[in-house]
Design a protein around this ligand. Structure first.
Ligand code: FAD
Length: 402
């Protein structure tokens, strides 16, 4: 008897992981991808150092997924951060844990890992068809694709859709699947930017002088949440890890109120009393800027930020200055578009899928990866959930076809 067939649509981490698990179980798997090559966003993720996952304890790790925590918990227990690390190592990619607890391949790149992975998939008999853009289903229920050679239809015993979110659309994922799934009866929450930059109406002087510079080792606070890390000044506003960590709350607040006030603590490791003490040092005729540079070791961009927050005329009294360094409010006036975000929020509703990630509205069709409705900050949580949902969808297919 010939093996059961599975069509996986989308050759990102989620789709390729589903293909690996399914082919290892003996199914005949073909992956269809609209772009001329596979894994483009995965390769892009490797540009700045491929952060595969995070080494923190699972309860803390799960907390990063906010409202989707309970849905993802069983999936992340099945394919855990440790399992992902072991998987990469088995593909010959030694990993290490960075000082922040993030896990990277020793090469920091995605390309050696992807090469080794594609080798394994080929050895397991996985077929890959690029330049195949999925357009939906024909009346007989077959998948329809646009290809350079014309329309192509595919009948399979099961389908895994792993079409990604809508950030960086030039890499292939543009969210155009949302209408197709809604037409098929699946509930989809609108895709929104996640891990995105925010807009700030900088003064022209600050913007021209400091765009492109990082403000390092800050604590940012918003709505009772605090994130430590780096914020990057851009022409449009702010981006970077500490902003991304708060991006879900910032996005919702800006959508509701048109703005949000983000508070910078520029010396998070020192108390107001300690800073006040240091600021007792005499000014000795120096300008305030050079005094702050020398006594507080503040960078020009930090001093500029203080002026953006508190006005040009900063106080010289030690206590007043210390309080301003510990709480510099910056008004955010908008969020950067989804095309420039690292990832997406929203996607296929969890209530519309069973525990094997099969669409209730379309039995035999499974969904995986960023197209499901979850979001998380940067730190390896995005890839981890993409891989884990790929594994879960494959297990769902195996149970259904058993
Ligand atoms: C610049 C950048 C850096 C990142 N760095 C990290 C990082 O270090 N760590 C981390 O955890 N995450 C990172 N991410 C996020 C991570 O890359 C994504 O969350 C992950 O790739 C999502 O995997 P996926 O398989 O769900 O979707 P994708 O990787 O987006 O793959 C989906 C695939 O489906 C294809 N497709 C879409 N529609 C169709 C269609 N109609 N027909 C056929 N094919 C289709 C797309 O072309 C694409 O190849 C980064 C993202 C960006 C943009």
């Amino acid at each position: 008897m010939s093996p059961r067939t599975v069509a996986v649509v989308g050759a990102g981490p989620a789709g390729l992981m589903a293909a690996e698990v399914l082919s290892a179980a003996g199914l005949a798997v073909t992956v269809y991808e609209r772009m001329p090559s596979v894994g483009r966003k995965f390769l892009m993720a490797g540009r700045g150092g491929l952060n595969l996952t995070h080494s923190e304890a699972l309860p803390m790790f799960l907390g990063r997924y906010g409202a989707a925590r309970d849905r993802l918990e069983p999936l992340l227990e099945t394919f855990s951060p440790a399992a992902l690390t072991a998987w990469a190592e088995a593909l010959g990619q030694e990993t290490f844990v960075g000082s922040s607890g993030r896990v990277f391949p020793r090469t920091l790149k995605a390309s050696p890992l992807l090469r080794a992975w594609l080798g394994r998939l080929a050895a397991q008999g996985v077929g890959i068809e690029v330049r195949h853009e999925w357009l939906g289903w024909d009346p007989a229920g077959a998948l329809t694709f646009a290809t350079p050679r014309g329309a192509h239809t595919v009948q399979a015993d099961a389908v895994v859709l792993a079409l990604g979110g809508a950030s960086w659309p030039r890499l292939g994922s543009d969210g155009s699947w949302t209408g197709l799934l809604e037409a098929a009866g699946a509930a989809v929450t609108a895709l929104r930017p996640a891990n995105m930059g925010c807009d700030v109406a900088w003064s022209p002087v600050f913007r021209d002088r400091f765009q492109g510079l990082p403000v390092k080792n800050v604590a940012l606070s918003f709505a009772g949440q605090t994130a430590r890390g780096e914020a990057m000044v851009t022409r449009a506003g702010l981006e970077g890890g500490a902003i991304y960590a708060l991006s879900a709350s910032l996005r919702e607040a800006i959508a509701a109120e048109g703005q949000a006030e983000l508070v910078f603590d520029l010396r998070p490791d020192q108390s107001i009393a300690q800073l006040t003490d240091r600021l007792q040092a005499p000014h000795g005729g120096q300008t305030l800027s050079s005094y702050l540079r020398k006594v507080m070791r503040m960078s020009p961009v930090e001093i500029g930020l203080l002026r953006e927050a508190h006005g040009i005329d900063l106080p010289t009294a030690p206590g007043a200055m210390a309080r301003r360094i510990k709480a510099a409010p910056i008004r955010l006036t908008g969020v950067q578009p989804i095309a420039r975000a690292i990832s997406s929020a929203g996607g296929v509703d969890w209530d519309g899928v069973d525990e094997g990630l099969m669409l209730k509205a379309r039995p035999g069709v499974f969904v995986a990866g960023e197209m499901l409705d979850w979001e998380a900050p940067t730190g390896g949580y995005l890839l981890q959930a993409s891989f884990a949902t790929g594994v879960a969808a494959a297990h769902g297919v195996l149970r259904r076809l058993a």
